[in-house]
Design a protein around this ligand. Structure first.
Ligand SMILES: [Zn+2]
Length: 303
């Protein structure tokens, strides 16, 4: 039986009890799904509270570290090359951060990989710090003159605290690996000063997972491709509206959520450029999210 067919024949199986990593809601007796993703054929569910698709297998930091090392952003040679390829995206995020009044401030990048946005931020006079799960990445970032700490969770981060808080926290393409997003958002809130800025470059492809499921019965190979491309190796795929709500519930005021400037590079094929252009228009006119990534800017509300 093909993987795509399997994806659509697990309708009867149920998961008795599982917690959504994206919104923290407990799900009981939820339908069990199987998706062929960048992690192989894995068990998934869809949250009844926030409609996020998520992996139901347990999260293990040692496994995630090794998994990251196999990815372009988890090893030095490819990671450094990736920084250059994604430069336009870093520049556009920093432009917006400066425009919002947070220029040359203390910035903490979560899941900083081999420098990425920090390298660009340093040139602009920001005081830079980063966390990552991969120790080699942390060492590399330190060699670039930034403070860095190996952290599987922001709750372990000691680079900033309430006495000496960060002004800006960036999370670029990293939230989709978090096992407990509300917990990480609370930790970000604790590390930021009052009115501090949280920037999330969110992966917003859950509509493509849903589309893939719909076409599964008639076009299994298209279904498999759609789902695999939408999920890549992520641990969850969250609708943008649900993310905005979760960020707000975590003590932030969302200033803006937009696909504009959320692409990694300006050198995209025509199809991808169109996806961002149409995605930006649809999101801002109808609230429909189809752009592959979205920038979310949120300000910490004082307790
Ligand atoms: Zn949820």
């Amino acid at each position: 039986m093909s993987d795509a067919v399997k994806q659509n024949t697990s309708a009867d199986a149920r998961i008795p009890d599982t917690t959504c990593p994206a919104c923290g809601a407990r799900n009981t007796n939820v339908r069990s799904l199987q998706f062929d993703s960048g992690r192989g054929l894995t068990p998934w569910a869809r949250c009844t509270s926030c409609s996020t698709y998520f992996v139901t297998s347990s999260w293990d930091p040692a496994f995630e570290t090794d998994h990251s090392r196999d990815m372009a952003w988890g090893n030095e040679e490819q990671g450094a090359a990736l920084n250059l390829r994604k430069r336009d995206g870093f520049v556009s995020a920093l432009d917006r951060i400066e425009k919002l009044g947070y220029g040359a401030s203390r910035i903490l990048d979560v899941g900083c990989s081999f420098g990425g946005i920090l390298t660009e931020a340093k040139k602009r006079g920001f005081e830079c710090a980063g966390t990552d799960i991969v120790p080699e990445a942390v060492e590399y970032v330190r060699m670039q003159g930034c403070r860095a700490q190996e952290c599987a969770s922001l709750t372990d981060c000691t680079l900033y605290d309430a006495e000496n808080p960060a002004d800006v926290i960036t999370v670029l393409d990293a939230h989709i690996y978090w096992p407990d997003q509300p917990g990480e958002l609370r930790a970000a809130w604790n590390l930021l000063r009052d009115d501090g800025l949280l920037v999330i470059r969110a992966v917003t492809k859950s509509a493509f997972v849903t589309a893939g499921r719909y076409v599964g019965a008639v076009a299994p190979s298209i279904s498999r491709r759609l789902i695999r491309r939408a999920i890549a190796d992520h641990r969850f795929s969250m609708p943008l509206k649900s993310l905005v709500k979760t960020v707000e519930q975590s003590g932030f005021e969302v200033l803006d959520a937009t696909p504009r400037g959320a692409q990694h590079t300006n050198e995209m094929p025509l199809g991808a450029r169109a996806a961002y252009r149409v995605g930006t228009m649809l999101w801002h006119s109808l609230g429909v999210s189809i752009a592959p990534t979205t920038l979310v800017f949120a300000r910490k509300k004082a307790a």
